[in-house]
Design a protein around this ligand. Sequence first.
Ligand code: PEP
Ligand code: MG
Length: 883
Amino acid sequence: TKWVYSFGGGASEGAADMRNLLGGKGANLAEMSNLGLPVPPGFTITTEVCTHYYDNGQTYPADLEAQVEAAIEAVEGVVGKTFGDPKNPLLVSVRSGARASMPGMMDTVLNLGLNDETVEGLAALGGDARFAWDSYRRFVQMYSDVVLGVDHGFFEDVLESFKEERDFALDTELSAEDWQAIVARYKEIVAEETGEEFPQDPKTQLWGAVGAVFSSWMNQRAITYRRLHAIPASWGTAVNVQAMVFGNMGETSATGVAFTRNPSTGAKEFYGEFLINAQGEDVVAGIRTPQSLTRAAREAAGEEKPSMEEAMPAAFAQLVEIKDRLEAHYRDMQDIEFTVEQGRLYMLQTRSGKRTAKAALKIAVDMASEGLITEKEAVSRVEPSSLDQLLHPMLDPDAERDVLASGLPASPGAASGKIVFTADEAEAAKTRGEQVILVRVETSPEDIHGMHAAEGILTTRGGMTSHAAVVARGMGRPCVSGAGGLVVDYAKKTLSAMGRTLHEGEIVTIDGTTGQVMVGEVKTIQPELTGDFAHLMTWADKVRRMKVRANAETPLDARTAREFGAEGIGLCRTEHMFFDEDRIIAVREMILAESEEGRRHALSRLLPMQRDDFIELFTIMKGLPVTIRLLDPPLHEFLPHTDAEIAEVARAAGVPADALRRRANELSETNPMLGHRGCRLGVTYPEIYEMQARAIFEAAVEAARLTGEPVEPEVMIPLVGFRAELDFLKSRVDAVAQDVMKENGAEIRYLVGTMIELPRAAIRASEIAETAEFFSFGTNDLTQTTLGISRDDAARFLTEYERRGLIPHDPFVTIDQDGVGELVRIGVERGRTAREGLKCGICGEHGGDPASIAFCEGVGLDYVSCSPFRVPIARLAAAQATL
Ligand code: PEP
Ligand code: MG
C-alpha cells in the first residue's frame, strides 16, 4: 500500500480531490504545487495510516518507515539540505490535517530537526545566531508541550523570570546568548519532568511528532469538536511533513493569514493579517497584534504600522496574483496561510474559508452574479442552519448604549447575559437556564464547551483569526475579540475598564457586528430579509419540490411565517389558543363539567372566541392552506392546581369548589401523555370537537366574505390509532360542515385528515387513508411512541447516550431514520396505495431540521411544517435536498 504522498518541487503525487486520503491540508498543498505555486516541498502520511494505527493497537504499517525515509530524501533533494546535517540542516514542520478542517483541535510542531548541533548550522544558513537559538527554543517548547506532554506553563515561567531579572519587556530584546541560556534551562525542565533527555536525533523527533498527531485525533478536544460537528472518528487524520520556511528571519520576513474575501461581511476585498519577523503560530495565537495586509485596510483601521502592501510590495503583488488564481481555481473563498522568507513568498495552506452566515450568503450570491458559480451551486453553498444567525436579533440602533469598551467585530449578532469567566461556569449557568457571556483573556480549545453554552464570547486579546473569533463564527455565536481596553481579573472574577468594575453575574451586551461591549442589556431588533437573503431564497425556491409551511397559531406567528415565506400553516395547535386569561377559565369549566350540559355551557362561551381566532388566522394566511388540529393535549395540562384557580372556575361554573376539586382529582392520570388526549377526547366528548369544527367552518365563511377569497380549511384529528376513531369523528365534523353551510347558504370546501403519530397508524395507513384526506406526520409523538422515550424527560439521559456515542444525535431533533423514519416511509407508501396522491406532510419539530428535511424529500412528502423562524432554513434545506 502507498502510505506516503509527496508534494512540492513542481509536481505532486496527490491532488485536491484526494481529500479523504490526504486530508484537506495535504490535498490542497498537492494541488497548489500542481498549479505551480511556490509550496515548500513535503509529504503527507495518509488518513489510512491513522485508521491502521487505531485498528492495530497504535502501531504503524510495516512498510511505512521505508516510505517516509524515501519521501524525506526527496525533500532533501529539492531543497538541497539534509535532515540532521549539522552544517546544512533540513528542518520540517509536522501538522495534522483531517478531511474536515478542525481549527485548533490538532497539534502542530515547527522547526523539527533542530538539536544542539544543527542549531549552529541553522545559524550559519540564516546568517544569524539569534534567529537560530530563538527557533530552537520555540521547537523545544512546542515539542515538549505537544509530544512529551510537559506543561507549557513551565517554559513560560522560565522566560518571564528571565526577562524580569534583566528588565526586558519584549522577547525581541533577548540576544542569541540569552536564548541559548533559555534553551539549556528548557532542556533541564524536560529532563526533570519526563526523566529523559530532550531527543536529539531528528528521526526520533519526527516519529514522536507523527505519533503525537495521530494520538491527538483521540484527545478530548478533538472528540468534542467531532461530536459538535458530526464528524465520524473513523475518518482519521493525515500528517503533513513539510520543509520549513522562516518568517522570522528578520525584517524582510513575515508570516500571515488571509482570506480572498472578507469572511465576516463577505465583501469582495482581500482581507487578512500579517506579522513581520514572526513565525507561523504567532498570528493565530494572538500574542502580538498583527498588521493589515492592504493599505486601504490599514487606513480604515487607523493603524500606524505599515501594511504588507506598503512594507513588502513585491511579495504582496505576488500574493494578490496567487489569491486570485486560487479563488478562481477552487471557485470558492479561500483561507490561505503564507510565509515570506527574506523577501520570497511561500504558500503554506489554502482551504475553503470559514465564514459567517452573512458572508456565506453574500459570497454565494456575489459569485453567482459574477458567473463564477451557478445559482444552484450558490444554493448549495449556504449551510441552512447557519441562516439562524441572520434571523437573530441585532441591536436596536435607537436603544441607549452604555459603552464600556470596544474590540474587534469577530462574529456578528448581538447578545446579552451575565458575565462568567470560565467555560465550566458558562456550562453550569446554562444548565441552570441562565444566559451568559463568556469573558476570557483569550480562548483555547479547552473552552469549547463553554463557548457553546454561552450566548456570546468576549476576549481581551487576539485578532480576527484568533481561536475565539474562528470558533465563534463557526458556532454562530456573537463574539467580540481583542477588547484591549478591558482588564480581566480571573482571581477576583472582575472585568474592568475606565475606572468601572463589573463582577461575575452582572449583565453585559456585546455586539459582534461592531465590536462594542456595553454594560447592561440593550434592546434588540429583528434583521431585514431583503437583498442577498431574498436572492438566495428565490433561487432555492426555484429548485425546491416540497412546500414549506409553518406551525403557527397566534396572529404574530402567522405574520412572521408569511414574512419568512411560509406557504401555509401545517399545524395550528388549537390548545395554544386556550391558555389566554379570558379563556382558560371557560376551558377548565368545560373539562371539569360533570355533564354534557355543563360542557355545552362552557363551550358556548368558547365558540365565539375560537371563531374570531380562526377568522384572523384565515385572513392573515389569505389564499394559503391552513391546517387546524382539534384539541390534543392531555387533559391534566388544563386542570386548575391552586385553590385560587379552583375557586375561580367554581364561580364561573356555578358549582361548589369542593365538588370541582374532587372532579379534578378524578381526572388526573398516571401517564397523561399516553392517556386521555388527542382524538380520545373527541370520542369521549364529541361536543368539544363539534364546537371547534363549527368555529372553523363559520370562520371560513366569514373570512371568505371579508377577503373575497375562498378559504379551504384542513381539519386535522390528532393521535389516531384506529381507523374507526377517525370514521367516528370525521362523520361528526362533516355533519357540522353541512349544518354551517345550510345555515349560511354557503359552499365550503374543506378536508378532514389525520396526524400519523402512533406506530399503529403508520402500519395501518392504508385503511386509515380510506377515510383521511391527508396525512401529517407528528414525528414528536411518533418518536416518543416508537422509541418508548418520553419526549419531556428524554434530555436527562439522551445527552449521556450522545456523549457515549450510543446514538448519533438526539432523535427528537434529527429523525431516527432507521426506526421512526421507516414508519414514516411505510405510512406514506401504504397511505398512497389506498388514496392516490394522498397529501402527506410532517409537522413535528423535525420539519425544521435540515437532515430530517433531506429524509422527507427522499420519502416523497409534499411539505414540511416548522416553527416560523425556521421557515427560511427549511426552504433552503428542502432546496438542497433536491440537488
Ligand atoms: C407531533 O407529535 O409531532 C406534533 C406535531 O404534535 P405535538 O407536538 O403537538 O404533540
Ligand atoms: Mg403530537
